[in-house]
Design a protein around this ligand. Structure first.
Ligand SMILES: Nc1ncnc2c1ncn2[C@@H]1O[C@H](COP(=O)(O)OP(=O)(O)OP(=O)(O)O)[C@@H](O)[C@H]1O
Ligand SMILES: [Mg+2]
Length: 259
């Protein structure tokens, strides 16, 4: 992981607009977003359903290129980066935990988790070993050879999270990552995100749960496709509920791995 304590803008958005539909059906999902996120920040994004959170994450995650405005990633205009290079950056640098999981239905669980490693050139067997390791951390090792449709919603969510983190990305985009999880599983995920943040990675967490913003260093609210408020969390790093600590630390384990 590229860890540096120097604060530099990793994501810079200027007057970002995203339009869906045409004519009478035209709506702006994003309507002029100006946002700079420095490396190492843990940003929580909140806001009512439909205000543009997922749309924003899709653009930041290099999945959606059809927008107006400017987006610089690591100081480089994304427009100037060839698509193939963007795909490479996405697989190496960005871990995306999707709101709707996005597992590949025809691949089993371990193959799904190993997928980002395949994209970044890790040999297949090595990728499966790494995927198996990470699945253990999320208590899913007994489900490695299940197909996605055979898992519960919460299990599917944990697989999606394991897949997003398997490549040790430096930017983690998490769209409601704990939405389907019980409180203990939520705590495991939030502690892992918190540890990744402490290690210097940049986290953007979309959540409807105000309690989870206490993990963040900055809280942004969106309204009608715009940034509404941008502030420090009210009670920084204070967990109000005492939950049993997870046995293993994902980060400690993944950082031991040499690529
Ligand atoms: N593919 C699409 N076609 C047309 N409209 C879309 C599309 N995707 C999103 N929208 C619209 O854009 C707006 C923003 O959607 P988005 O998914 O970003 O909201 P959100 O803040 O993530 O909401 P939620 O909290 O419910 O996930 C909504 O009004 C939505 O209907
Ligand atoms: Mg959404």
């Amino acid at each position: 992981m590229a860890i540096t304590t120097k604060k530099t803008p990793v994501i810079k958005l200027r007057d970002l607009k995203k339009r869906f539909g045409i004519g009478d059906a035209e709506t702006y999902a994003l309507n002029g977003v100006d946002l700079t996120i420095n490396n190492g920040e843990f940003v929580a994004i909140m806001g009512p359903s439909g205000c543009g959170k997922t749309t924003l994450l899709n653009i930041v995650g290099l999945l959606d290129h059809a927008y107006f405005g400017e987006y610089d990633l690591d100081g480089k205009p994304v427009d100037s980066i060839p698509r193939r290079r963007q795909a490479f950056l996405r697989s190496k640098q960005i871990g995306y935990i999707f709101q709707n999981f996005n597992l590949v239905p025809r691949l089993n669980i371990i193959e799904n988790v190993a997928l980002p490693l395949t994209y970044s050139g890790v040999p297949k067997i090595k990728g499966l070993i790494i995927a198996s390791d990470i699945l253990k951390i999320f208590h899913l090792n007994e489900r490695e050879y299940y197909m996605p449709h055979q898992l519960s919603g919460g299990q599917t969510q944990r697989v999606a999270i394991a897949r997003a983190l398997v490549n040790k990305p430096t930017i983690i985009l998490a769209d409601e990552p704990t939405g389907n999880l019980d409180s203990r599983s939520s705590h495991i995920i939030m502690e892992e995100l918190s540890q990744l943040h402490k290690d210097g990675n940049t986290i953007i967490l979309v959540t409807h749960n105000p309690n989870l913003t206490t993990y963040a260093s900055r809280v942004i609210t969106m309204l009608d496709g715009k940034i509404d408020t941008d502030s420090k969390p009210e009670k920084p790093s204070q967990k109000t509920t005492k939950v049993k600590k997870p046995k293993k630390k994902l980060v400690a384990k993944t950082r031991r791995r040499k690529k």
